[in-house]
Ligand binder design. Structure first.
Ligand code: ADP
Ligand code: MG
Length: 314
């Protein structure tokens, strides 16, 4: 199968919202007046981000999901993506399942695949995602204000617990294990939440490297600090020890939940929003003038945290 047959068979679909999609030297897009284009890239490398024998359907899902998560954090409507693949060999069965996983999530989110690149090499998956957001309305990392509440969506630490379980470092079973493995392999990007937070949140980020690491980016960009109440964290509360679940919530990677800050006056609006979206939104602390991030235990005592999050080069 040639490179072009492969592209045609697995990755060429109609792209009605693009002026020009797959097949030319570049795609052409029209961005509406009054909107900004939000662009983000994320690469998944075999051996670093996933096991080489990972289920291709789930890999197709996750490669797009981590990119959608970035647009969710910006409050942008996802619209287009490019897909660059480095493949050790042409395995049609693998490509079929990978493209099914990719397009299932793409269709759910109104994303059209408008181009990419395909080459032989170590397994490596890279997506560039594009979306639009009304001018000046994007959720940014640099908008947190002193006094803001700090919120997170969903449960934190599930993916890290799932990974530890697969690696044999942590034993737990049953429904909790299923949930953690699902969080690891098939994360659900919080696109609808991101859109709903426009005009409500002062800042936002998606949690890919652990809460403390990613909240740290908001603090740095906004020149503020934070206090987190460890007992408030939405953690896995069954089957694993509490302190392990809390550690994974603070520093585990791959959650793809959103962390955002909003004025106290938005608390009721956000509780109603959680009800509507059918997943939890939890207030875990607040933004302070004093720089740095303090994590407090149930008695209000500051806790020393050993590891801040995932860093590929640390
Ligand atoms: P060029 O040689 O001009 O870079 P390519 O031969 O790499 O073009 O690609 C031909 C067309 O197929 C282009 O429109 C490109 O965007 C698209 N394409 C290549 N690989 C993929 C892929 N994995 N998914 C979607 N589109 C792809
Ligand atoms: Mg090319």
């Amino acid at each position: 199968m040639s490179e072009f047959d492969l592209i045609h068979k697995f990755f060429t679909r109609p792209t009605p919202s693009a002026e020009l999609g797959v097949g030319d030297d570049a795609a052409l897009l029209r961005v509406a007046d009054g909107k900004e284009l939000a662009i983000s890239t994320d690469m998944l490398v075999s051996g670093t981000h996933f096991f080489a024998d990972a289920d291709p359907f789930l890999l197709g899902h996750k490669t797009l999901a981590v990119n959608l998560s970035d647009l969710a954090a910006m409050g942008a409507v996802p619209r287009w993506a490019t897909l660059s693949l480095s493949l050790p060999a042409v395995d049609e069965q693998w490509l079929q399942r990978f493209s099914e996983g990719f397009f299932a999530l793409a269709d759910d989110n109104g994303v059209e695949l408008i181009g990419g690149d395909t080459t032989r090499g170590p397994l490596n998956l890279c997506i560039t995602i594009m979306g639009d957001v009304p001018r000046g309305k994007a959720l940014r990392r640099d908008g947190a204000k002193v006094g803001d509440d700090i919120w997170v969506s969903g449960k934190l630490g599930q993916a890290a617990l799932g990974l530890a379980n697969l690696q044999g470092k942590l034993k737990f079973y049953g429904e909790v294990r299923d949930e953690c493995l699902k969080a690891l392999h098939q994360p659900q990007p919080r696109v609808s939440l991101g859109l709903a937070l426009r005009g409500i949140a002062n800042s936002a980020i998606d949690i890919s490297d652990g809460l403390l690491a990613d909240l740290g980016h908001i603090l740095e960009r906004s020149s503020v600090g934070a206090e987190i109440e460890i007992e408030a964290l939405p953690i896995v509360d069954d089957g694993v020890e509490k302190d392990v679940a809390q550690q994974c919530a603070l520093a585990g990677g791959d959650d793809y939940e959103l962390c955002f800050t909003a004025p106290e006056s938005q608390q009721e609006v956000l509780m109603a929003l959680a009800e509507q979206l059918k997943f939890p939104l939890t207030r875990i602390g607040h933004i302070t003038e004093a720089l740095g991030c303090v994590v407090r235990d149930g008695e209000g005592k500051a806790i020393k945290i050993e590891k801040g999050g995932y860093d590929h080069f640390a």
